[in-house]
Design a protein around this ligand. Structure first.
Ligand SMILES: [Zn+2]
Length: 340
């Protein structure tokens, strides 16, 4: 019953985020419950810092409200158990059901208000910083502070031989790095259309090709996932995973049609890259065909977009170091840029 109650509290916390986000027209895709808490996957992060602040605070605020109600209830029914009886040796914790649930809610508020990603406090900190500086810089500073805190946790965990603290330190460290890279990526591809990031040189397969042909292409080239084209139209995708499972179950002479997947997403060349990319990330297919009318004109993969981001970052760094000549933008050095 107690564990169920804790899960209910975590769900309510995440619902707090979800309801706040909905005020700004942002839907929540799903809520995942993990042993260390929940994650509400929002459709997008609110762009205005003030909105992100509200969404981040809404979760812990739910716990504050629950704690306040429990507190009132406990006080009305004879007050708290003395501390000495509450904390006992070992994993056993004393106190009544309501008292333990109160402690959980206070703990959740304190834990979530640690100013480090991926806790809510990290988002609060970023939102506050973003009010005075730009989003990527704010994220980088917040991530740096988060990693500093993670380092402290780690040091205390090692000195105090507390594996739980070490685990949290690792969790925070990874969360901070991930958040910084997502923000960097978002800024680097903002405003770009899909055609600027798509792979233009690629091989296609026909549904009647054998798996042997696909295997040959993989060994000879760089490509691992192939669009399957029939009468000039994409009818499927054969990923490396599909090929391997086809080879092990049916051998080299089986046809591509049998093992290609037909439930795949596609993008158009003029579509905003960030939108196509989030569709690609959500799906299970590692590659997305870019279609113009019915013709496949490119492929989109997360790795390729990552390469574009690295190139843009490198060019941008150089332009920050060297004064920028007139009429030249950092993107001009890139494939797909207009020739001036
Ligand atoms: Zn939260």
């Amino acid at each position: 019953m107690f564990i169920l109650a804790v899960f209910a509290v975590v769900v309510l916390h995440e619902l707090g985020h979800a309801i706040a986000a909905r005020q700004y027209g942002i839907k929540t895709r799903d809520i995942t419950l993990l042993p260390i808490g929940g994650v509400a996957r929002l459709e997008r992060i609110p762009e205005k810092p003030a909105q992100e602040l509200v969404v981040a605070v809404a979760g812990p605020l739910v716990n504050v409200v629950i704690a306040a109600i429990l507190f009132a209830g406990i006080m009305a029914t004879g007050g708290f158990t003395p501390m000495g009886e509450f904390i006992r040796e070992g994993p056993e914790v004393g106190g009544t059901f309501a008292e333990r649930l109160f402690a959980v809610n206070v703990g959740l508020v304190l834990f979530n208000m640690i100013p480090a990603f991926p806790m809510d406090g990290g988002r609060v900190l970023r939102a506050l910083l973003a009010m005075t500086t730009d989003y990527v810089d704010a994220t980088n500073v917040a991530a740096l502070i988060g990693q500093g805190i993670a380092f402290l946790f780690g040091a205390v965990g090692v000195l105090g031989q507390n594996p739980w603290l070490l685990f949290i330190a690792l969790f925070v460290w990874i969360g901070a790095a991930a958040e910084a890279s997502v923000a960097q990526m978002r800024a680097a591809i903002a405003g770009l259309p899909v055609r600027r990031a798509m792979i233009r040189e690629f091989t296609t397969l026909a549904p009647t090709d054998t798996l042997r042909t696909a295997a040959d292409h993989i060994v000879r080239g760089y490509q691992a996932d192939f669009p399957v084209v029939e009468d000039g139209k994409v009818v499927g995708i054969l990923t490396l995973q599909d090929l391997l499972s086809g080879l092990s179950s049916a051998g080299l002479d089986a046809s591509v049609r049998e093992f290609m997947r037909t439930d795949f997403q596609s993008a158009t060349p003029r579509e905003p890259l960030d939108r196509a990319l989030s569709r690609l990330r959500e799906g299970e297919c590692p590659v997305m065909p870019v279609v113009d009318g019915e013709r496949v004109v490119g492929l989109l993969t997360v790795e390729n977009v990552g390469e574009l981001v690295m190139i843009r970052e490198a060019v941008r760094t150089r332009h920050e170091a060297v004064p920028k000549p007139l009429g030249e933008s950092p993107t001009d050095a890139l494939p797909g840029a207009p020739v001036r």
